[in-house]
Design a protein around this ligand. Structure first.
Ligand SMILES: [Zn+2]
Length: 355
């Protein structure tokens, strides 16, 4: 038995596996909460290779990418396209270094670009050289980085000591998180050619607004990114532009049933699996249960804040900004369903009341 309870936590394997016709899987190490690796898929055609989700932006990840490509017999200069499933750093990060070597195209969903513009605008105001900043400077910056949340209260940056460690470890960290600029974007149902066959772009907002899956009806393959993972559910953040990201996620999951020729799902984390519709339903059921947990809490909290309900939904070790934003997404879903009302007090604190 593996010491890891979830496939997605397993450390990156050095093995190169052919997981579908013309598709190799290379695993790259990442260490993020609950994740031990990201799957990078190499799709071969007569012109070279497309790589799906080439890992994090750090040198260690790039080193592993180069080593794995080498083991797979893929000259890195032959990578003509980086396909990025969504705007999270374990998926797009490797693009920057990859492009330096191979000058590849970067393909994303078309909404990726608008996010890029917004982030770039945010970053340009922060031009200080962080590595040279004193503790006092960092303390001052902390208050600037403290952002109000849509539900009241604030998301606080880590304490200065932790920030310092963060900065020392990666002086160019801002670059590590800077979104690459796509050179080619697709919209839902666009058809693209990879691995010598046609793939249909499937826009799957939920985990992020720009999430893209690629569906290959010929061989029955779905590159599912983080949209449908084998044993964990992706984080649903309430801090997005859409009024009800959970409803979007449900819709994107239900849509998996329309991809009826899928025989193998290739997720960004964990092992390939077969039952796409069943897994999508299980993820929907998980969130419906979470909504019921909130409904059941109505006896204790006829009215409550996001923090109140977060403490009902999550174990104490998970409390924090991610748990809060996921709770917020669930409460906003109940609001759209008309089951709760929302009120904002003078301090911007949002409270929900069961109707
Ligand atoms: Zn991911």
């Amino acid at each position: 038995m593996s010491q890891y309870t979830k496939q997605e936590q397993e450390p990156a394997s050095g093995d190169i596996a052919e997981v579908a016709p013309g598709i190799l899987r290379l695993q790259l190490p990442i260490s993020m909460p609950g994740l031990g690796h990201v799957n990078c898929y190499a799709l071969e055609d007569g012109n070279g290779f497309a790589l799906v989700d080439p890992g994090l932006a750090n040198e260690e990840s790039f080193h592993h990418l180069v080593t794995r490509l080498d083991a797979a017999g893929i000259p890195i200069e032959r990578v003509h396209t980086a396909i990025v499933t969504h705007s999270h750093p374990d998926h797009f990060g490797g693009v920057y270094r990859l492009r330096q070597v191979s000058n590849c195209e970067v393909l994303t969903h078309q909404d990726f670009r608008s996010l890029f513009d917004r982030r770039e605008a945010e970053q340009s105001e922060d031009s200080e050289d962080l590595a040279l900043a004193s503790d006092e400077d960092l303390e001052r910056m902390r208050s600037r980085w403290t952002r109000p949340t849509p539900w009241g209260g604030v998301v606080e940056p880590p304490p200065v000591s932790e920030l310092r460690r963060f900065i020392d470890q990666a002086p160019q960290r801002r670059r590590l998180f800077a979104l690459p600029e796509p050179s080619r974007t697709v919209d839902d149902e666009d058809v693209v050619m990879f691995a010598r066959r046609e793939w249909v772009a499937v826009h799957t907002p939920g985990h992020t607004g720009d999430h893209l899956c690629l569906y290959d009806p010929t061989e029955g393959v779905l590159l599912s990114g983080d949209h449908v993972l084998p044993t964990i559910t992706p984080h649903i953040s309430g801090m997005v532009d859409a009024p009800d990201p959970l409803a979007q996620f449900f819709e994107s999951l239900r849509r998996m049933h329309t991809l009826d020729s899928v025989e193998v799902v290739l997720p960004a984390h964990g092992q390939p699996f077969a039952d796409l519709g069943g897994r999508a339903d299980a993820i929907i059921a998980h969130h419906l249960e979470r909504l019921d947990v909130i409904r059941d809490a109505a006896d204790d909290f006829p009215t409550g804040t996001v923090d109140d309900f977060m403490k009902v939904l999550f174990k104490e070790r998970s409390w924090g900004s991610m748990a809060a934003s996921e709770t917020y997404a669930h409460l906003e879903h109940l609001l759209v369903l008309g089951e709760v009302g929302a009120d904002v007090d003078d301090h911007g604190m949002r409270t929900y009341e069961f109707l």
